[in-house]
Design a protein around this ligand. Structure first.
Ligand code: BTN
Length: 266
């Protein structure tokens, strides 16, 4: 990936995001880079992009396989003026933006597995790891880390049953810098909607339209006890509404909980 071309595409696609851009051929984790930059006072909208990561991290302490040259690894620094509990919805804002950017190139192929995995043909092509830094109980920074499997033609055996790339599923190779530009374009639009209410009121309908779990039986893996029900969609807080067999409606908050389809990953 060429830094100058990436910078040019970002300027073409956005009004203010990522004007402060860092591009690394190799790094540990772009989320860690952003956290460091945030602590040093980096501006709202700072972006770190890397061509490979040696310590890429996923949710729940998992590793994120980050080989060179074929995927997108990027992290965005935001300093939203909202409460910490409202900022967790930003991970869904980014999921919608990534989906809209991919949709534009390969329409009708992808959906969202709640809360923030982008899925094609039942396998994951994108994961998002959102982390927050607080100062005196207020948000100091939010980092949204995005990993998109773009052009890989194979995956390690241990992840091949659940992971895939856009190229593998759609037969279309994409220029990563161009896709980053389009993701940021959509994120800027969606983030402006989020900032009006500091929740997902302006995004819920479109998010739910792409939600693969909608109207499907799901198993909620809650550390306090597992249960099953029908997923109805998200509310304006980004919680998944699940109607249990008992008729009770539960608002599932992403935090510690994960959701599986009863026949597989979605
Ligand atoms: C998940 O587990 O689904 C989230 C994966 C997030 C991976 C991205 S790659 C860029 C950023 N840097 C990291 O170390 N993780 C995120």
């Amino acid at each position: 990936m060429d830094r100058e071309r990436l910078a040019g595409l970002i300027v073409d696609n956005t009004a203010w995001l990522a004007r402060n851009l860092f591009f690394y051929e190799e790094t540990g984790s772009t989320n860690e880079d952003i956290k460091q930059l945030a602590k040093e006072g980096a501006a709202d909208g700072t972006l770190v992009v890397a061509d490979m990561q040696t310590a890429g991290r996923g949710r729940r302490g998992r590793d994120w396989f980050s080989p060179k040259g074929e995927s997108i690894y990027m992290s965005l620094l935001l300093r939203p003026k909202c409460m910490p509990n409202q900022a967790s919805a930003l991970t869904l804002v980014m999921a919608l933006a990534v989906l809209e950017a991919i949709e534009e190139i390969v329409p009708g192929m992808c959906g969202i597995k709640w809360p923030n995995d982008i899925v094609i043909n039942g396998k994951k092509v994108c994961g998002i790891l959102t982390e927050m830094g607080l100062k005196h109980n207020e948000i100091d920074y939010v980092v949204i880390g995005v990993g998109i499997n773009v052009n890989q033609s194979s995956f390690a055996e241990e992840i091949a049953t659940t992971a895939t790339s856009i190229a593998l599923e759609c037969g279309t190779k994409m220029e990563r810098a161009e896709l980053i530009g389009r993701v940021l374009y959509y994120f800027e639009q969606e983030y402006a909607r989020f900032e009006k209410t500091y929740d997902l009121t302006g995004l819920v309908d479109r998010y739910n339209q792409y939600l693969l779990n909608k109207e499907r039986q799901v198993r909620v893996l809650d550390p306090k006890g597992e249960y099953e029900g029908i997923a109805l969609g998200i509310n304006s807080q980004g919680e998944l509404l699940v109607k249990c067999q008992s008729g009770e409606m539960i608002e599932v908050y992403a935090g510690e909980v994960s959701v599986r389809g009863i026949y597989g990953y979605v």
